[in-house]
Design a protein around this ligand. Structure first.
Ligand SMILES: C[S@@+](CC[C@H](N)C(=O)[O-])C[C@H]1O[C@@H](n2cnc3c(N)ncnc32)[C@H](O)[C@@H]1O
Length: 222
């Protein structure tokens, strides 16, 4: 999409909070691949979807610096600001998994600034090892980590999604490489295309591949 159109969409979207602005700035100043951060439109979309679903249990795979976690947590039910002094026992919780331990301090810093330290549980480690240790049933899962493993994550997580629950998977158009001939696919493109086909053939779900940014697959477990 033309950059001017994206800029127009940005200008007609609720501006990001000061915390997300500072997180974006620090990510660009300190990280080698700052473009991995969700950003204004994607973040606002995740926040809006989460607010519509009102999930009680969210799982995010691939935290990076925490932008999307903060956006998704905004929809947790009941909202953190409605529970003054009551702890999180009745409130929603978001679990987020990041493999890179060097990101821990920046993630924790911004979760603290967003008053989300009680609502968000950060796991540092490999999602494939951590997911089986989590005992929850998920209302919403956001998949945004290593692309070759998307099909494995889907199969691993599926039994733990509640009926009527959602999976959102980012980057499912993989910069248009999904249209390349299969002999040109690298391991990321193979993972993404296998995932898209797995979901499309799965009669247990309804799914929508939304061609926004790098493609967002929205999956609802029937
Ligand atoms: C695209 S970034 C996530 C961006 C973030 N969700 C956001 O929107 O701001 C992908 C992240 O997944 C992490 N990652 C890659 N493989 C992983 C794994 N096996 N387990 C957990 N995290 C992983 C990477 O270190 C990276 O920080």
């Amino acid at each position: 999409m033309k950059e001017e159109i994206i800029e127009y969409a940005r200008k007609n979207t609720t501006p990001v909070s000061e915390i997300l602005y500072q997180l974006t700035r620090e990510t660009h100043l300190t990280q080698v691949s700052p473009q991995m951060l969700a950003g204004t439109i994607q973040g606002a979309m995740l926040q809006m979807i989460s607010r519509m679903i009102r999930p009680n249990r969210i799982l995010e795979i691939g935290t990076f610096t925490g932008y999307s976690a903060i956006c998704l947590a905004a929809g947790l039910t009941p909202p953190p600001d409605l529970l003054p002094g009551k702890g999180r026992d009745r409130g929603g919780v978001l679990h987020t998994i990041e493999i890179n331990p060097e990101l821990e301090s920046i993630i924790r810093k911004y979760l603290h600034e967003a008053s989300l330290t009680d609502a968000v549980v950060l796991h540092i480690g490999d999602a494939m090892k951590i997911i089986p240790t989590l005992d929850d049933t998920w209302d919403l899962v956001y998949l945004d980590a290593d692309k070759p493993r998307y099909p494995d994550y889907y199969n691993l997580l599926f039994p733990r999604i509640r009926p009527g629950g959602f999976i959102l998977a980012d980057n499912v158009l993989w910069d248009g490489k999904v249209l390349d001939p299969p002999e040109k696919w690298d391991k990321d493109t193979r993972g993404i295309t296998a995932f898209n086909q797995l979901v499309q053939l799965d009669t247990r779900v309804e799914n929508l591949l939304l061609p926004v940014r790098d493609g967002l697959m929205i999956i609802r477990k029937i």
